[in-house]
Ligand binder design. Structure first.
Ligand code: HEC
Length: 137
């Protein structure tokens, strides 16, 4: 268990190191980071390791903004729609991540797992609309 946490820590550290300061991350790099955090949470649930779950959830709840803001990574023709819809996706992702932390602290594992799946649904809702329409993809 300790070794796994250490491994994830080292992975996260080398990722942050490789990509420099947080504000310098592109949207794609921010996404790769939250994806690692979501995997960390899954490991936490599978191992019943509360600390790991909360660590991943905290990283997602506090994830950095991409360099220059998210809009420039979105196809110009879709930006208005993105601006309109992004807050609700962000609320679902962040709100659920915070709920996971709260439920874990209260010892409510099942509710925490449900909040985790809600969070992932928030990720997917945004991807379904915007992910394949990015400049340069
Ligand atoms: C507000 C919209 C939005 C939300 C919410 C969102 N994503 Fe993304 N995601 C994107 C966009 C846009 C891209 C494409 C970025 C690019 O290629 O420049 C992307 C790409 C990705 C990628 C592919 C990165 C790569 O290497 O190409 C992963 C993995 C990912 N997101 C994971 C997540 C996870 C996990 C969450 C939830 C915790 C999440 N995303 C929430 C918009 C979103």
């Amino acid at each position: 268990m300790k070794r796994l946490a250490l491994l994830l820590f080292i992975l996260g550290f080398s990722f942050a190191h490789e990509h420099g300061k947080e504000q310098e991350l592109t949207l794609k790099q921010v996404m790769q980071m939250v994806s690692l955090s979501a995997q960390k949470m899954l490991y936490g649930f599978m191992l019943s390791n509360d600390a790991l779950i909360m660590e991943g959830a905290k990283e997602i709840a506090e994830h950095p903004m991409p360099k220059g803001g998210p809009l420039q990574y979105i196809d110009p023709s879709r930006r208005e729609e993105f601006l309109r819809l992004m807050p609700s996706f962000e609320r679902q992702v962040h709100g659920s991540a915070e709920e996971v932390i709260r439920f874990i602290k209260e010892g409510k594992k099942e509710e925490a797992l449900k909040a985790y799946t809600d969070m992932l649904q928030g990720c997917m809702s945004c991807h379904e609309l915007f992910r394949d329409r990015i400049r340069g993809r």
